[in-house]
Design a protein around this ligand. Structure first.
Ligand code: BEZ
Length: 238
């Protein structure tokens, strides 16, 4: 959405419904996010085909596609290049590039052509202070109901941390499925945060209770155990 008079570009926010669009991709046409209803989706942009940082990212993402699929998460890429550039680049990656033990990497997820920048503009992926002609490295985590749940932006010069992208998916699903919040640097198996006490009585009980399961650092900051196997059983069952 663009407010031309004031030259203000508004960007989707966490909690918003993902803006819808139809697009041509390397896997055929898509109707977004409707085609992904029921799945988590990572919609991400990259600056340009045939560039080194992007190539390293695509090889990494494609190598992790099955890992994401196991937690019901699909990948959709975008750049403001055309379809034939996308196809040529993905063929080059598959046929020629060997990098960090990855070779013959096939990118099976859709890569959107966006030469008009329509989708990139809708999602705030063009950030003129960085570039007027290339999308920054944006990452939108969208839930099965089409709601944006996390947004991460990286600049052109910095490749993303894919372990972190996977951790975000697992953390969002854990927070939803177990009704908890996750502390700094949380990974499956670490203690999770229980919702804050909502009354003076609960606050008092929590500070007084001697539970093996719950640890309270103060009345508003309590954690409990959630073992890795329980998290994995829940996330991998879908
Ligand atoms: C890259 O992917 O290597 C790249 C793309 C645009 C600007 C700088 C680096």
């Amino acid at each position: 959405m663009e407010n031309v008079e004031n030259n203000v570009v508004s960007m989707p926010r966490i909690g918003d419904q993902a803006p819808s669009f139809t697009a041509v991709t390397t896997q055929g046409n898509i109707n977004f996010p409707a085609d992904y209803s029921g799945s988590w989706v990572i919609l991400f942009s990259h600056p340009a085909d045939f560039t080194p940082v992007c190539t390293s990212e695509f090889m990494t993402f494609a190598s992790m596609e099955e890992k994401f699929a196991k937690v019901n998460t699909k990948l959709v890429g975008l750049s403001v290049d055309g379809l034939y550039s996308h196809i040529a680049w993905l063929r080059t990656i598959h046929e020629k590039i060997e990098y960090k033990g990855m070779k013959n990497v096939e990118v099976k997820f859709p890569l959107i052509e966006d030469i008009t920048m329509e989708v990139a503009s809708k999602y705030g992926m063009i950030q003129p202070g960085e570039s007027n002609t290339k999308a920054v490295r944006a990452v939108f985590f969208i839930d099965p109901k089409g709601v944006i749940r996390t947004i991460i932006y990286y600049p052109l010069s910095l490749g993303r941390n894919f372990d972190e992208l996977y951790r975000v998916v697992v953390a969002l699903q854990t927070a939803d499925n177990f009704g908890v919040a996750l502390p700094a640097d949380w990974r499956p198996g670490d203690d999770v945060i229980v919702p804050p006490a909502g009354s003076c009585g609960v606050a008092k009980d929590r500070m007084g209770s001697k539970s093996d399961d719950m640890t309270c650092y103060d009345w508003f900051f309590c954690t409990k155990k959630l073992d890795q196997a329980t998290v994995e059983r829940e996330l991998f069952k879908k």
